[in-house]
Design a protein around this ligand. Structure first.
Ligand SMILES: Nc1ncnc2c1ncn2[C@@H]1O[C@H](COP(=O)(O)OP(=O)(O)OP(=O)(O)O)[C@@H](O)[C@H]1O
Ligand SMILES: [Mg+2]
Length: 240
């Protein structure tokens, strides 16, 4: 991937909760147009990393550059304006709002708001199930439908970088296959994706590039295929 422009560059990132350092000297790049994955065991620091990139947490040190601009420590509202959207762990749809109201909430930024109607149509094309259920309450949808809704709500912000934190959590194997197909289709449509996942095999088959995070640090990096073939990854994550 040498020569491609990095849409996101994280360098020497350190993040702490009070005295507890959760991310230390973490460096990673996301080339424009790529799917890049972060995998790692529970508590490794994946969520902390992506929350910091999205502006929900402040870095203690290090830099987060998006399209050449330092966004480290900028508020979420500003990072969304610039084109960074995080779909957080745990599919937090608004349960008392309809599907369509949930989608509209995703479009509350200056860049995307003028295109709301067009983007709603686009989401209903991408996710016909959401169209069928547009007037139902978010809380009444199945787990898989809520995950689709959470992703579609993120897309309503017109992200240039879409960050998905554990999107497959709690989905049936069939829905996981569907989800990965959706991720590939979004990427083919031009959305750069940073994907945090515990479903390691499908993630490495999908991502151009991946990083294994351990104790707040990048322990291992490579193409998806390189990591699929790596003895440590095979043993630790693939049960081989
Ligand atoms: N709000 C918090 N306050 C204090 N410590 C936290 C907080 N959130 C996370 N941590 C700690 O920071 C470290 C990294 O957690 P993080 O949630 O980033 O890991 P993760 O890789 O996303 O894990 P998981 O796979 O379980 O989602 C862990 O040691 C965790 O206990
Ligand atoms: Mg996490």
């Amino acid at each position: 991937m040498s020569g491609s422009h990095n849409l996101l560059s994280v360098e020497g990132l350190q993040v702490a909760y009070g005295e507890a350092v959760a991310v230390r000297d973490l460096t990673l790049n996301v080339p424009q147009g790529a799917i890049v994955a972060l995998v790692g065991t529970n508590g490794a620091g994946k969520t902390t990393t992506v929350q910091t990139i999205a502006g929900a947490l402040r870095p203690k040190s290090g830099s987060v550059r998006f399209d050449g601009r330092n966004i480290g420590g900028l508020d979420c509202k500003l990072t969304v304006e610039l084109g960074v959207t995080l779909v957080p762990e745990g599919r937090l749809v608004f349960p008392q709002m309809t599907v369509e109201e949930n989608l509209r909430m995703g479009a509350l930024n200056r860049r995307a708001a003028p295109n709301l109607v067009r983007n709603l149509e686009r989401m209903y094309d991408l996710f016909p199930r959401l169209k069928e259920r547009r007037l139902q309450l978010g809380g009444g949808m199945s787990g898989g439908e809520q995950q689709m809704l959470a992703i579609a709500r993120g897309l309503m912000a017109e992200p240039r970088l879409l960050i998905l934190d554990e999107p497959s959590l709690g989905l049936s194997p069939l829905l996981v296959v569907e989800l990965f197909a959706t991720i590939r289709r979004l990427n083919a449509d031009g959305v750069t994706i940073l994907l945090v996942e515990q479903n390691v095999r499908q993630t490495l088959q999908t991502a151009a590039f991946a990083h294994v995070i351990e104790k707040g640090h990048v322990a291992l990096s490579g193409t998806g295929q390189e990591l699929l073939d790596n003895p440590f990854v095979r043993k630790a994550f693939l049960g081989l």
